[in-house]
Ligand binder design. Sequence first.
Ligand SMILES: [Zn+2]
Length: 207
Amino acid sequence: MLDSLRQPLETGDVLIARANFHVRYPARFQLVAAMNPCRCGYGRASGHACGRGPNCEEVYQARISGPLLDRMDLSVELPAVTPADLANPGDCESTQSVAARVAAARDAQIERGKSTNAALPDAALSKHANPDAEGSALLSRASEALNLSARAYMRILRVARTLADLDGATAVKRRHIAEAVSFRRRQDGVQTPLAHPPQKRSVSSAF
Ligand SMILES: [Zn+2]
């Protein structure tokens, strides 16, 4: 069933075909999804052991097909919140401040490409997200090392363009490509071996 999301994710509409007619409905949406690492929920959790042996995680995560995973641009592994985290939440940027940065990045996109990066046609994206020489070299190496699909390649460019916009940068640079690659989850369910959170940007040397 989840795989029926693949077409609307790609085209922004949904096609219903019957014997004598077909209808196309608009279906542009943003997919936000969350899942546990495994069926019992304890896979990868420190201080807990998964009770269903070594295959629990693999079998559970295989329920998301490769083609659907390929359409997810930002994948982040979150460790469980501990009581210590609740007691000492620490400092973080406020929602208002993040919202202002996002609004500025969107305005920059619309001014440049007459649309947000998400809706930019591939030809325009190639023009506006063309990375500098170091960024191109990193993207080529990452594409080979991670065996990226053509779709994934374009989606990384799209995310990198947005990261550059959030940075206030005119050009897409190596660090934006590195960060965009680090958000992709590999088809075998293993997070790309680059560090999060995003401010740790020394990770591009992995390629
Ligand atoms: Zn488990």
